[in-house]
Design a protein around this ligand. Structure first.
Ligand code: FAD
Length: 391
């Protein structure tokens, strides 16, 4: 007889560890196993993330998930403490600022109405009000911007992931190193998983939290998951000029920057035609000088003397249908739950998704936030639930 667990979670980064924590907290007797292929977490999206959280989405469910994320982060220290020792989450509530020209203003206003209807603390500022609040910002080409007044900001991604994992372990979740090479399917059910070692583990439910490995894993039980790896590069620079009270600023063309320690992080989403499926970690050499620096110096004249310190590349797990997570069971298999295709906003959604997965396992449906809109049905029926605010 193979070893057996109630729930096997494949992938132990922020989504897998969040699911493990919520399951263990809600159902102490449940036998939960997390299988992680790379315990260094060196290349996963969680490690390479910009680690920021915003309420400024165009999809109401995304706003709700991030608002729960904020509420969780504000008390994560207490909730994830083990024997009185709290994890270091480093949550900085400095806001997001989406800037807009006249052309983008009606869209910003529409998104603003969605966010306000959900209770998000966001405010629209015209260009003059922005210039007054942030004197270091060039506003001559802008109609205005949308600023998060509370609840948005950034955090330590590793602090959150390890906080989830450490607490899950303390609540008796087993976390093992192992690469799952196949999901063992028999008709409408998975019987278990096979590891690279050849060992098999039986289980009641499998959660696919394998990030960029999710599509290959799904294929082993004949499910096509429309999730692809898309490279995103982040640059760390120092500027002799300060930018007091700087939020995470998103320029109309998609360039972004935010403070990090004594310096700043920045990046830009590539245009669609130069954004193929890609798994290398090469950072294009000239991107900072040629592409980012002119935009930075245009928006913040004090950044003229910016000096690049370091850079890295990571990958979004992009849901090519609509840039939103695919969450929950596939209609053809009863005991396999998906949480994939986060398309660049999975870190902030990890508390809401971890809790949602717990509810699906224990209750067979959502009990708090109704996230059915993110289910497989829209994918199979080719009905995109398109998120407009993708950074
Ligand atoms: C540059 C960049 C910036 C980002 N910025 C933000 C941001 O500001 N805010 C935000 O919310 N999100 C951001 N994201 C997205 C966010 O980081 C991801 O959505 C989130 O970390 C996804 O977590 P995950 O656990 O699903 O996947 P991952 O972190 O990719 O982890 C998947 C894990 O599964 C393991 N695995 C894979 N296959 C197998 C297998 N077969 N068997 C066992 N284990 C397996 C991997 O080793 C890995 O550890 C960013 C991402 C990048 C790359």
């Amino acid at each position: 007889m193979p070893e057996s667990f109630d729930v096997v979670i494949v992938g132990g980064a922020v989504i897998g560890s969040a699911a493990a924590f919520f399951l263990a907290e809600a159902a102490p007797k449940l036998r939960v196993l997390v299988l992680e292929a790379d315990p260094s977490y060196a290349q996963c999206a969680t490690t390479r993330s910009l680690a920021s959280i915003r309420h400024q989405f165009s999809t109401p469910e995304n706003v709700r998930m991030s608002m729960f994320g904020t509420a969780f982060l504000r008390r994560a220290g207490e909730r994830l403490a083990v024997e009185g020792v709290e994890p270091v989450i480093g949550f900085v509530e400095a806001g997001y600022l989406f800037l807009s020209t006249e052309a983008g203003w009606p869209t910003l206003q529409r998104n603003h109405a969605v966010q306000r209807a959900e209770g998000a603390e966001v405010a629209l500022f015209d260009a003059a009000a922005l210039a007054q609040r942030f004197p270091w910002l060039a506003t001559d080409d802008l109609a205005g911007g949308s600023l998060g007044l509370a609840g948005e900001g950034w955090l330590d991604a590793h602090g959150l992931m390890h906080g989830f994992l450490r607490k899950a372990r303390a609540l008796r979740v087993e976390v093992r190193t192992g690469c799952v090479t196949a999901l063992l399917r028999s008709g409408r059910r998975l019987q278990g998983v096979r590891l690279g070692s050849g060992d098999e583990i039986a289980c009641g439910t499998v959660i696919n939290a394998a990030g960029l490995g999710a599509a290959a894993l799904a294929r082993t039980c004949a499910i096509e998951l429309p999730v692809q790896a898309r490279k995103r590069c982040v640059f760390h620079f120092r500027s002799p000029e300060a930018a007091p009270r700087c939020p995470l600023v998103i320029d109309p063309g998609g360039m972004y920057f935010r403070p990090e320690g004594q310096g700043f992080l920045c990046g830009i989403a590539p245009a669609e035609e130069e954004d193929p499926e890609c798994t290398d970690f090469d950072v294009p050499e000239d991107w900072f000088e040629q592409r980012l620096w002119p935009l930075l110096a245009r928006r913040v004249p004090g950044f003229e003397a910016a000096r690049l310190l370091s850079s890295w590349a990571g990958h979004y797990d992009v849901n090519v249908l609509d840039h939103n997570v695919i969450l929950g069971p596939h209609p053809d298999i009863d005991n396999l739950l998906f949480a994939n295709g986060f398309s660049g906003h999975g870190l902030q959604q990890s508390p809401a998704v971890g809790r949602a997965l717990m509810e699906l396992v224990l209750h067979g449906g959502y009990r708090s936030l109704d996230l059915a809109a993110f289910g497989w049905e829209r994918v199979l029926e080719n009905r995109p639930l398109r998120e407009l605010n993708v950074v």
